[in-house]
Ligand binder design. Structure first.
Ligand code: ATP
Ligand code: MG
Length: 429
């Protein structure tokens, strides 16, 4: 038998029902803030991710699913590992930054070649949000406030901690990187293997090393906060002031650097203590340089390109569902209110009855089995979770009635055929 690929999961019906519920809650909150949905391709040119995410990141170094298609010459393509690059590409391609700058969200699968474990898969799902056009700290705060409301609506408010940091601007970060490298270079024997490698490829990532010995070494290292310019500092203070005003608690985590290169100024993560080492449920930040960076691909060197400010986040839906399962599980929902059972000889009447009922009672979920024996159909009705079963046999047809069975009490009675047409007689639980 052929099985699914490692790290690629089926989401079975019982679980999928919970996904729909979760997605509905999140989509509702997004709509309440005026965010618009956008649907983006799952495959993009490899170059897009290489340029947007940065060559020295985990994603581009080792996590991308890349392949060549059958065109001549073959085009290097990649299954999207994240959504921001594609969203920015689409916004530029369709000129969406003209006029009223958009606030967008999207949902869908992302692909990363990682070691599968609880909360970490090779195909996983994100809701991503991108807010374009504002360089001001209120845009950062709005996104955080929106996620805060999402936790409230999902019953997760007490499970989430907000961590904040500021990465400053590119030149500030560069100066800091040099200072950090200088500090760590003569101590590199004491670094873990990954950090040693990062010292030349992506030194800032050393800050979020999980190795205690590396962390110990960092206590006396130069601090990124000391390298921020006035503008970056003021921006960060204003984000914090807005959050305080909104009653949203936060912790400053000076070692929060994020895995992607495109961030500047504010970065944030919502973390939980309930998911082991896969603790980050939602992560994001500002990326004022990315639009300029992607615009300049293929542009003439002598023409300066203007960037546009933007801020966004991505939420891992599997982790969110694991957390919901752990702290506030969603009830299993029945998929059916009324089950219609009909004798095979009068099955056409049964189908017609159910069909008419679906027109007149769009609030009800009405299920049928198939024209097998009454006994087999009743068995399916028992399993369906329906509150009520309608039974139609020759006798009912002759009397112009239907039989209804209350599935809770087992009580059965005969009623008029239009009994269910009225909401007074039966409402969905
Ligand atoms: P991590 O440090 O856990 O690898 P990341 O920094 O790579 O996370 P992001 O690129 O910021 O993650 O993605 C945003 C969110 O998407 C994460 O906070 C997480 O909830 C989710 N996510 C990322 N990678 C995976 C994965 N392989 N499986 C499931 N969820 C994931
Ligand atoms: Mg990762």
């Amino acid at each position: 038998m052929i099985k699914a690929i490692k790290g690629f999961n089926d989401i079975l019906p019982e679980q999928a029902a919970k996904w729909l519920q979760l997605e509905a809650v999140l989509a509702d909150v997004l709509a309440r803030y005026g965010y618009e949905n956008i649907r983006l391709p799952i495959v993009e040119q490899t170059d897009l991710f290489a340029r947007a995410i940065g060559g020295a990141t985990d994603i581009v170094e080792k996590e991308m699913y890349s392949f060549a298609d059958k065109s001549e010459p073959p085009t290097p393509l990649t299954l999207r590992p994240e959504g921001t690059a594609g969203a920015v590409r689409a916004v530029l391609e369709h000129n969406l930054l003209r006029g009223d700058t958009p606030k967008l969200w999207y949902i869908g699968p992302m692909f990363r070649y990682e070691r599968p474990q609880k909360g970490r898969y090779r195909q996983f799902h994100q809701i991503g949000v991108e807010s374009f056009g504002s360089a001001l700290p209120d845009a950062d705060a709005e996104l955080i406030a929106m996620t805060h409301l999402m936790w409230q609506e999902l019953g997760l408010k007490d499970e989430m901690r907000l961590q904040l940091n500021s990465l400053g601007e590119i030149d500030e970060r560069r100066a800091y990187r040099d200072a950090l490298v200088t500090y760590l270079t003569d101590k590199q024997d004491q670094l873990d293997e990954d950090s040693k490698r990062r010292l030349t490829t992506n030194p800032l990532r050393i800050l979020d090393s999980k190795e205690p010995s590396t962390q110990a070494l960092l206590t006396h290292a130069p601090k990124l906060a000391d390298f921020l310019g006035t503008e970056s500092k003021v921006h960060f203070e204003q984000v914090q002031a807005y959050l305080t005003m909104l009653g949203i608690d936060y912790e400053i985590n000076p070692h929060l650097v994020r895995g992607l290169d495109y961030y500047n100024k504010t970065v944030f993560e919502w973390v939980t203590d309930k998911l082991g080492s896969q603790a980050t449920v939602c992560a994001g930040g500002r990326y004022d340089g990315l639009i300029g960076q992607l615009k300049s691909v293929g542009a003439r060197d002598d023409k300066p390109v203007k960037s546009e400010p933007a801020v966004g986040f991505a939420m891992g839906l599997e982790r969110l569902l694991l957390l919901i399962e752990a702290v506030a599980p969603m009830p299993d929902m029945s998929v059916c209110d009324v089950f219609v059972v009909a004798q095979p000889e009068v099955y056409g009447f049964g189908i017609n009855y159910a069909q008419k009922l679906r027109y007149s009672r769009p609030d009800l979920r009405i299920k049928m089995a198939s024209a097998t024996s009454m006994k087999a159909q009743m068995k399916k009705a028992d399993k369906s979770g329906a509150a009520l079963t309608v039974i139609i046999a020759q006798q009912e047809l002759d009397d112009n009635t239907i039989s209804i069975k209350d599935m809770q009490t087992g009580e059965q009675q005969s009623v008029a055929q239009d009994w269910l047409a009225s909401t007074k007689n039966f409402t969905r639980l």
